[in-house]
Design a protein around this ligand. Structure first.
Ligand code: ADP
Length: 330
């Protein structure tokens, strides 16, 4: 599809280039040929007083032949010039067309991969629900207790599916520019901690919020969502009893907010990919079972970029990780 689009675009570019070149050549030919004609007529008129009628006619004929030859010469040169433009313009137009289409092709490719990954992720819990329900329906001796157990398990899968579809929706809507206003990073951290307090308590993880009351530029709701993702991960990837610290402050032109955990850490070979959609590092060695779809950090990164900010990560496997969000100052 992109090959034929590139050829079509090449055709259009070439049409524009050739229209200009042929048009310009026609103008050049017209001006030069009328200049030559005027010169020839002037020269014949000059000899009008010196030569007899027969000689004058011969001279005029000679001039006319010369004029035709000169005009042909100009015409040939312009044809060669246009052929060179056609060949060079064709190559340049094709290169330009490919360059124009490349980002579109890439974004379409990313979109395709995203849709394929998303449907793959959706299929797994859906298949689990379907199989469990089918098996239960076929069992004539299905007890009430077993049916309840099954419904609870299906409900768990449905909750996960809802989480996934919400994350997908947020990623898809993510290009909406947030409203940029001065916002206290302490208030952002407080709200994010409040959102995650229940889960942290359940996992016996203490959160210390040391973020100072300084201001950055951004949309509070989006920033709370972003810090919540980092905090949620810090809780998920920590062992019970570990501590999480939120800190921050001004650093040159940026305001930073860091989430530090003493959890399982991230292997160096995973670090370059953890912000990719659907990427999940292998955590089996840590014996830690953490649910997720690998969309959290992709969403966090997207939110940071919409704020003209960035997220940096430092991690030591087995010792813990620090995710630092940098935002533009007020
Ligand atoms: P999810 O947590 O749903 O798997 P994320 O996009 O939030 O997806 O994170 C991607 C991966 O990065 C995780 O699967 C995990 O391996 C790793 N990761 C993220 N945060 C941490 C953290 N604080 N400590 C250890 N690993 C982390």
């Amino acid at each position: 599809m992109f090959h034929s689009a590139a050829l079509k675009l090449t055709g259009w570019y070439l049409l524009i280039v050739m229209s200009l070149s042929v048009g310009l050549s026609a103008v050049i030919y017209h001006i030069s040929s009328s200049d030559l004609g005027r010169d020839a007529r002037r020269q014949v008129a000059y000899f009008n007083g010196f030569l007899g009628p027969e000689d004058l006619e011969n001279y005029a004929q000679l001039k006319q032949n010369q004029l035709e030859a000169d005009r042909n010469h100009i015409k040939n040169r312009l044809v060669v010039f246009n052929l060179i433009i056609l060949a060079g313009g064709g190559i340049a137009s094709y290169a330009l067309a490919r360059r124009t289409l490349e980002p579109i092709e890439q974004s379409l490719e990313t979109q395709k991969r995203f849709t394929a990954d998303a449907s793959h992720e959706l299929r797994t819990p859906l298949t689990a629900i379907q199989t469990e329900t089918e098996v239960a329906l076929r069992d004539p001796k299905l007890s009430k207790a077993r049916a309840k157990e099954l419904l609870a398990s299906n409900l768990e899968e449905v909750a996960k599916l809802r989480q996934l579809s919400e994350a997908l929706l947020r990623l898809a809507n993510g290009s909406q520019q947030p409203e940029m206003k001065p916002v206290s990073i302490k208030a952002v951290a407080d709200d994010a901690v409040a959102r995650n307090a229940k889960v942290a308590k359940a996992r016996k993880i203490a959160i210390s919020n040391d973020v100072p009351a300084v201001e950055a530029t951004g949309d509070k709701e989006s920033l709370v969502e972003l810090v919540s993702i980092l905090l949620d991960n810090a809780i998920k990837y920590s062992q019970p009893g570990n501590k999480i610290t939120l800190s921050g402050g001004k650093h040159g032109k940026t305001t930073r907010l860091s989430v530090t955990d003493k959890g399982i850490g991230i292997q160096a070979h995973d670090l370059p990919y953890i912000f990719d959609r659907f990427y999940r590092a292998d955590t089996s060695r840590s014996k830690l079972k953490a649910d997720g779809y690998g969309l959290g950090l992709a969403l966090a990164k997207q939110l940071a970029e919409l704020h003209e900010g960035s997220i940096e990560v430092k991690s030591i496997p087995g010792k813990g990780s620090t995710f630092t969000l940098s935002l533009p100052n007020v």
